[in-house]
Each structure stands twice: as structure tokens, then as C-alpha cells.
Design a binder for this molecule. Structure first.
Ligand code: ADP
Ligand code: MG
Length: 700
């Protein structure tokens, strides 16, 4: 199999030098290995031939189908760019038109009225005439017209216009496979294949491209998905086992004055059971002599900040400094205020460092860090700049890690010889199997309990037509002395328009709710201005905050009971969930109102209705992934994986991830270095296929 990585595709029948360049440029296919791993994304059933009459009678959208018959006539209509070829086609039951807008002359030359053809395409209607545009046309009995399942290959626009479509992929791959009589070597160890009831690589790769039947196809998919996920799991597990056995970490056994004082004097409430459990897990890590790398996952409002603070106090009790990084200035400031306020009685020295910290203050912070008098530094990525030096940095907390780049996190290590313990906090619920893959190297703790007394946020879907009623409800809350968020979407591609509608919303809010005070924050504001507006709201001087999604992470105003989300259909479910978490933090009943226009797609309505029916972040995250695919998660997290995924899907293949994980554990238990003879080929394959960017091991 490995030798295929060096086999040039230009020698494959039907490809040649021109198309080889095209394939490399368009879809990154360079070797036969890549070509064979260009898997179909769907299959169509070409075993059935439809009658044109039945197609005429069907209504609604129809899938691609094939019909068999003859052309009655050909007409070239229109001039120049508008030129098109119309072939009238009949199978004896009725007639339809086949239309080509491109390649008219070539196609006309190839087709004759005398032959019988199989025509394959998507039937549609044009001026009430049944039509297929750009159908595939084959002579019965040839490769293209082969019966059974046919793969639909991922294509790009250029491949399509260059006439390298699914049929061409199928033709070149199947002819390559037919010419390659010797079986392909299986990269997986045979024990793994046997234990997991998988089919061999040779059979799988042939079946995925040229399936004989649906059952075999399932087995082939399972095998190939497993293989991809298995590579990842083995890699992740090896790294984490290695880290655990080798990376030295600071030893922090003491529970001393800082923790005790805080616990007895500053803690205004009892910790939840989940908080206690996670704190215990962290404590076990920091007395293990190994570096901690732990992800704490907890829904919005579950009290992660407190867990982080207590962990930092452990470090301080042992003579170390701690640092907390947040992705935005607002959030960093908020953490700083919360922590300073909570600890005000015990004299902890906490400082804030962000991009807008002045030079004089910076100098002072720098001195305090070096002489060790600053206990906790809170900040944005300003804290990982090279100029920031600590006396003894022992513990780092990263909040909302998905916004920190891999490289930024890796930079933390440069700050001391022994790496500090790292605690990553995220409110983005990641289904367990996905976490296992993308955070495979981290230990995971979950805060799965909210502080007592929280009431679920009552969520409703309202249409623009019902706005007056919504206004009235808002006025009621304001009159009762409570506060309200009004949130507008803001996405970069549409920034100008979005900003305009948020500004209009602000003007409107001033007209209607003006007497209660209205603040306005958007992503384009200067930090100082943003902060001024935010503090109007958090101090209660303004009872209404109109904003774009800048408040998505971390704002905490318990008196805010209502959130109106405008154009809710434009947000992802997880994003809506995060936003909604900003209300329902105090003792009062809270509301979230999702505003949309009346006419929305059924799918969109379904998504929004899910929001009204559950407040469980995990349910929402699962649904979000099922409906949209891993989306952001795929983009940011998958790009960090050590192997490409061609066929496995992190969102949908949870069961196979689990299988691969268990198999990886078993394999490494028996052969930790993969040095046994029967695993050598696998080990080599892994090395050869892995990306070369190996700093992956150090992140988190
Ligand atoms: P997260 O960061 O997980 O979204 P926070 O740490 O900001 O949540 O906590 C949300 C709110 O809940 C804060 O006001 C915090 O003081 C409060 N809180 C945290 N833990 C508890 C607890 N055990 N009991 C009551 N309130 C708590
Ligand atoms: Mg938080």
C-alpha cells in the first residue's frame, strides 16, 4: 500500500499529464494512493431503469435516475454563449428532452439516432416539458452504464467543466483496480482486523469504488472508517501515555493559608458536588509529579471560574504564580473583576494585563511578576508575549480554549523549563466520542451540575409580526427592575449590513425603552468605548444592552432576565445556547425570545424549536452536529488532527470512534512501542501517513 504513495497518477488509464495536474491542483490527488482514497460521498442505484412515462407522472423533486431508449432528433438552438443542444429522447412510453449548454459540438458529434442509449440524470421540468440537463449518456453494456451501485465522487467546478466528473473517476479508478491483480497489503495488524470483525483492506478498497451490493458496501465503509480513526486513536494514546510517563510536572502538595482563608472567608456559597469532584481531580494531578493537561467542560453558568480560582490558590499555596488567559478583553476584565472581588478580603495580589494596558502599568506588572509579588495574572494573549516573564509560573488556566490557536498555547512552555500545569476550560459541549478524538491527549473533567436554584430559561420562538407583544413583555421586566439583552448577529462577510441592522435596533430600543437606559456594544468599537458601554449595563445604569455577538462569551449580570435574539435563524444552535446562558443567572425566572421572520425553512424551524424544548447543552451540541456536521468543530479541531479524515465523520461515527479507541488500547497494552514483528508494517504506515507538524503533542 505504501508504494502507492509514490505511484504517479498520470500513468493511470484515462488520466494523463494534463488531468494529473488538474487533479493535484483541484483536489490534492497526486499519487495512486490519494486517488484510491478519493472516496465516493454517495451512491446511486443504477440497477433500475425507469420509464419516461413514470417520470412524467411523478411530482416534486426527483433523484437522478436512468432511462433507456433512443434519440429521435437533435436541434442546436441559440447563438454564441446561449447556444444549446436539445435531443428529443424516447423509450416508447413517452418523450423527454436532454439539454446541453456546454460542449455542444462535441456531444452532437458523438450521439446518433440509430443507437440505443442509457441516459442518466436528474429529471426536471422546463415549461412543463420533462427535461434532463447535462445527463450522462452511455451505450448499454459499457463501463459507464454498468449496473448496480455507482459512486458519486466529490468534485470541484473546474473538474466538472473539464469533463472530469464522477464517471471519469469511476472509470479510471475501476480500471486501475482491475489491472492491479495482486492484493493490496493491509496496513492494519491482523489481530486488530480479526478482533473487530473487519474485512481486509484489499476487499474494502475495491468495494468502496465498485460495490457489488449494499451489504458489502457497509462492511467496506466500516473497515475504512475504522482504519482512519484507529490511526488517530493509536497516535493520541501513544502520546498521552508517553506524556504521562515522562513529562515532569510541579509537585504541589500543600493546602495552605490562601486556600483555607478563601474557603472560610470568601466563599459565599457551597460548592456543587460536580465542582468538588473536579477540584479533587485537579488536586490529584498536581500531586502526581506529572504535568497536568486537563480540560474542564461545563455548561455556561456551571461555575468553572470558581474551580479555576481554587486550583490557582493551590498553586499559590505551594509558592507558585498562576495565570488566567481569556480570549477577549471584555472577558479578561470580567474574570479580573470577579477574582479580585472574591478575594478582596484575603489580600491576594491579582493583576490584569491586556493589549490596552498602559506602559507604566505594564512596567509595574512586569516587576511584580519577576519579584514574585503578583500571585495571579489575568489577561488576554498579551500574557504570552515574550516580554512577559514570571518568577515561578506553575499553573495556567485557559478559558474558552477554542479561541486560542494551537501555536499560542504551545508558547506557554517557553516560559519555564518544567511546563506549568494547564487547565483548559470550555463551555462548548463536545460529545464524548468527539472529545476523545480531538482532545485525545487531554484528561477530561465534566462539571455536569448547575448551582442550585437556577431555573431553566423559558425559551420561545416569535415572529416579527408579534414584535409588539414582545416589546410589552420586555417593558414588564424593565418595570420590575430587571435587565434585558437584545442581540444581533454579526458575521464578517456581511459585516456592514449587520452593523446597520444592529444600529437600527439600538435606535429603536432607545425610542421604546429609552427611559430605562440603553447601552450599545458592537465588535467594531474601540476597547475603551466597549468597556464604558458594558459597565453602563453591568452597573445597572442602563437596563437594556443592545449588542452584536460580542457578549457571546462570559458576561455575567445576574439581574438580566431576558434575552431577545434577533434573526435567530442565522445563529448555530450551540451559539444560541451560549448566548442564552447569559440569562437565568440570578434567582428570577428568565426568558429567551428567538425572533425570526415568519417564512423560514422547515429545517430552520426544527432547529429553533429544539432550542425551545431543551436547555441541555449536550443534547443541543449533538443535535447541532447531526444537523450541520461538526461545523466549527470540524474546521478548527479537525485541522489539528494528526491524520486526514477522508471517510470517517467525527460527528456521526461515534460508535466507530469508541471501537477504535478500545482496539488502540488493546494493541498498545500488548505492544507499547509497536515493535513486535506483526505490528511493524502498521507502525511504518502510521509514520508515513502522519502529518509532519508534530507540535501537536505539546498543545492543550
Ligand atoms: P461558567 O464560567 O462556568 O459559565 P461562572 O464561573 O461564571 O460560570 O459562574 C456563574 C455564576 O455562578 C457566577 O455568578 C458564580 O459566582 C456562580 N456560582 C459558581 N459556583 C456556584 C455555586 N456552587 N453555588 C452558587 N453559585 C455559584
Ligand atoms: Mg465562564
Amino acid at each position: 500500500m505504501l508504494s502507492l504513495r509514490h505511484a504517479d497518477i498520470k500513468y493511470v488509464k484515462g488520466i494523463g499529464p494534463h488531468r494529473a495536474d488538474l487533479l493535484a491542483a483541484e483536489v490534492g490527488i497526486r499519487s495512486v494512493y490519494d486517488l484510491l482514497r478519493h472516496f465516493p460521498t454517495a451512491y446511486i442505484d443504477r440497477s433500475r431503469i425507469y420509464s419516461i412515462r413514470s417520470l412524467c407522472m411523478a411530482d416534486g423533486e426527483q433523484p437522478s435516475v436512468q432511462v433507456k431508449g433512443r434519440f429521435v432528433s437533435f436541434n442546436v438552438l441559440g447563438e454564441g454563449a446561449k447556444q444549446r443542444l436539445v435531443g428529443l429522447f424516447t423509450d416508447g412510453t413517452a418523450t423527454m428532452e436532454c439539454v446541453w449548454f456546454k460542449g455542444v459540438r462535441n456531444i452532437r458529434k458523438k450521439l446518433v439516432t440509430a443507437n440505443e442509449y442509457i441516459v442518466f440524470g436528474k429529471p426536471g421540468r422546463f415549461n412543463s416539458v420533462l427535461q434532463m440537463s447535462h445527463p450522462e449518456v452511455d451505450i448499454p453494456g459499457t463501463v459507464g452504464a454498468s449496473q448496480g451501485l455507482r459512486g458519486i465522487y466529490p468534485l470541484t467546478e473546474r473538474l466538472r467543466t473539464d469533463n472530469f466528473g464522477s464517471k471519469a473517476f469511476f472509470a479510471s479508478i475501476s480500471s486501475y483496480l482491475a489491472g492491479h491483480a495482486t492484493p493490496f497489503v493491509d496496513p492494519l495488524p491482523s489481530s486488530v482486523i480479526k478482533d473487530n470483525g473487519l474485512i481486509g483492506f484489499d476487499e474494502a478498497i475495491r468495494t468502496i469504488h465498485v460495490p457489488q451490493d449494499v451489504k458489502m458496501l457497509q462492511a467496506a465503509k466500516l473497515r475504512l472508517k475504522f482504519e482512519e480513526l484507529f490511526f488517530i486513536q493509536v497516535d493520541m494514546l501513544r502520546r498521552s501515555r508517553k506524556r504521562r510517563s515522562s513529562t515532569e510536572g510541579y509537585y504541589m502538595p500543600r493546602v495552605g493559608r490562601w486556600f483555607n482563608d478563601f474557603y472560610s472567608q470568601c466563599l459565599p456559597f457551597e460548592l456543587t458536588g460536580a465542582q468538588k469532584r473536579v477540584i479533587k481531580e485537579i488536586r490529584n494531578d498536581i500531586i502526581s509529579f506529572k504535568q497536568m493537561n486537563r480540560l474542564v467542560q461545563g455548561d455556561v453558568g456551571s461555575g468553572k471560574t470558581l474551580v479555576a480560582l481554587i486550583s490557582m490558590l493551590f498553586a499559590i499555596d505551594n509558592g507558585y504564580q498562576a495565570c488566567l488567559m481569556a480570549p477577549t478583553e471584555i472577558l479578561a476584565t470580567q474574570h479580573f473583576e470577579t477574582i479580585s472581588e472574591m478575594c478582596s478580603k484575603i489580600g491576594l495580589n491579582v493583576k490584569l494585563l491586556t493589549g490596552s494596558t498602559r506602559t507604566a502599568a505594564r512596567r509595574e506588572i512586569s516587576e511584580g511578576l519577576i519579584d514574585g509579588s503578583i500571585h495571579i495574572l489575568v489577561g488576554t494573549h498579551a500574557v504570552i508575549e515574550d516580554t512577559v516573564q514570571f518568577h515561578r509560573l506553575g499553573f495556567v488556566v485557559i478559558d474558552e480554549q477554542h479561541r486560542f490557536g494551537v501555536a499560542q498555547r504551545a508558547k506557554l512552555w517557553a516560559k519555564s523549563d518544567i511546563p506549568p500545569h494547564v487547565l483548559v476550560m470550555t463551555a462548548t459541549p463536545i460529545p464524548r466520542t468527539l472529545a476523545m478524538t480531538v482532545y485525545g491527549d487531554l484528561d477530561i473533567s465534566v462539571i455536569d451540575e448547575l448551582p442550585p436554584g437556577r431555573k431553566p430559561v423559558a425559551t420561545a420562538l416569535r415572529y416579527d409580526e408579534q414584535r409588539e407583544r414582545v416589546d410589552k413583555a420586555v417593558l414588564g421586566e424593565l418595570e420590575a427592575g430587571r435587565q434585558v439583552y437584545i442581540v444581533y448577529p454579526l458575521i464578517e462577510e456581511n459585516e456592514k449590513l449587520d452593523l446597520k441592522s444592529a444600529t437600527e435596533g439600538y435606535e429603536r430600543a432607545k425610542r421604546i425603552f429609552g427611559k430605562y437606559g440603553v447601552a450599545f456594544v458592537h465588535g467594531r468599537m474601540k476597547p475603551a468605548e466597549k468597556e464604558a458601554q458594558m459597565s453602563l449595563f453591568s452597573s445597572g445604569k442602563a437596563a437594556v444592552l443592545v449588542s452584536t455577538t460580542v457578549i457571546e462569551v462570559g458576561v455575567n449580570v445576574p439581574n438580566a432576565t431576558t434575552m431577545i435574539i434577533e434573526n435567530a435563524e442565522r445563529f448555530g444552535l450551540s451559539q444560541l445556547h451560549q448566548l442564552r446562558g447569559r440569562v437565568g443567572r440570578g434567582a428570577d425566572k428568565s426568558y429567551c425570545i428567538l425572533m425570526t421572520k415568519y417564512k423560514i425553512a422547515a429545517e430552520t424551524r426544527k432547529r429553533l424549536e429544539l432550542m425551545t424544548s431543551t436547555t441541555d447543552g449536550f443534547v443541543i451540541a449533538e443535535a447541532d452536529m447531526q444537523m450541520r456536521g461538526p461545523g466549527d468543530i470540524e474546521g478548527t479541531m479537525q485541522s489539528g488532527l494528526p491524520f486526514d479524515l477522508h471517510i470517517a465523520n467525527l460527528a456521526q461515527d461515534g460508535r466507530i470512534i469508541q471501537m477504535a479507541r478500545e482496539a488502540a488500547e488493546k494493541l498498545l497494552d500488548a505492544d507499547p512501542d509497536l515493535s513486535k514483528t506483526e505490528n511493524l508494517y502498521f507502525s511504518r504506515a502510521m509514520q508515513e501517513i502522519a502529518h509532519r507538524n508534530t507540535d501537536w503533542s505539546r498543545i492543550s
